[in-house]
Write a protein that binds this ligand. Structure first.
Ligand SMILES: N[C@@H](CCC(=O)N[C@@H](CS)C(=O)NCC(=O)O)C(=O)O
Length: 215
């Protein structure tokens, strides 16, 4: 079988890496992992050896290179795990909409609440524009859980790419102690309880690198 390798950044800081990695783990895909610590004098050069965009994550599948977290999730779903998207067309369209919204939006969340899995900064970074983004995210979580989540604990019942895209937000909510309603709290618990997520968080806690400012 052709070798699959996912190149990622630090588990503590790289939210985009987490998205692709978690989708692949939840899909049950066997892959090798190559970690390139970010923000070192050689990071950029090392990442460029694999990634045309100079960013991680990047997936190497034989002679094919796939970059951009959402494109990697799409590729994995198409080739290995169609169940990574909801089965129904309507649900799939909404799952794609929120996955893309997470991919392209929420700039305040990224800048003011960067992912830092092992740290705890309760209340830090909160500003009205960030509050508005958090409100939008929690309304997405509530609406999906209420409308589509009856068959499981995730946004569309069983785990999909949409959950992989929102997993780093759950980590941020914990780090910055964002108060959540009942539905979002249960959802956050479901994400954190995934064995793969536990593995990621444990590895993040054991990493030795420290990056001051990271988006
Ligand atoms: N849109 C990209 C964003 C990827 C991204 O920003 N990756 C960061 C790490 S989380 C990166 O590689 N930064 C390069 C660097 O810090 O040298 C994706 O979805 O994969």
């Amino acid at each position: 079988m052709t070798q699959l390798t996912l190149v990622i950044g630090n588990k503590n800081y790289s939210s985009w890496s987490l998205r692709a990695w978690l989708a692949m783990k939840q899909a049950g895909v066997t892959f090798a992992e190559m970690r390139i610590p970010l923000d070192t004098p050689t990071s950029h050069q090392e990442i460029r050896r694999y990634s045309p965009s100079g960013q991680v994550p990047v997936l190497l599948h034989g002679d094919l290179t796939v970059w951009e977290s959402l494109a990697i999730c799409e590729y994995v779903a198409e080739v290995f795990a169609p169940g990574l998207w909801p089965q129904g067309r309507r649900e799939r369209a909404i799952a794609r909409s929120i996955a893309h919204e997470m991919h392209g939006d929420f700039i305040n969340l990224r800048q003011k609440m960067p992912m830092d899995c092992r740290a705890r900064y309760p209340g830090e970074g909160m500003k009205p524009e960030l509050r508005a983004e958090i409100d939008r995210i929690t309304s997405i979580l509530r609406e999906c859980r209420t409308q589509f989540g009856a068959d499981g604990d995730f946004l569309f019942g069983k785990f999909t790419v949409a959950d992989a895209m929102f997993a780093p937000v759950v980590s941020r909510f914990i780090t910055y102690d964002v108060k959540l309603g009942e539905i979002e709290t249960a959802y956050a618990q479901a994400i954190v309880s995934l064995p793969a997520m536990q593995d990621w968080l444990e590895a993040a806690a054991n990493e030795v690198e420290h990056i001051d400012t990271f988006f």
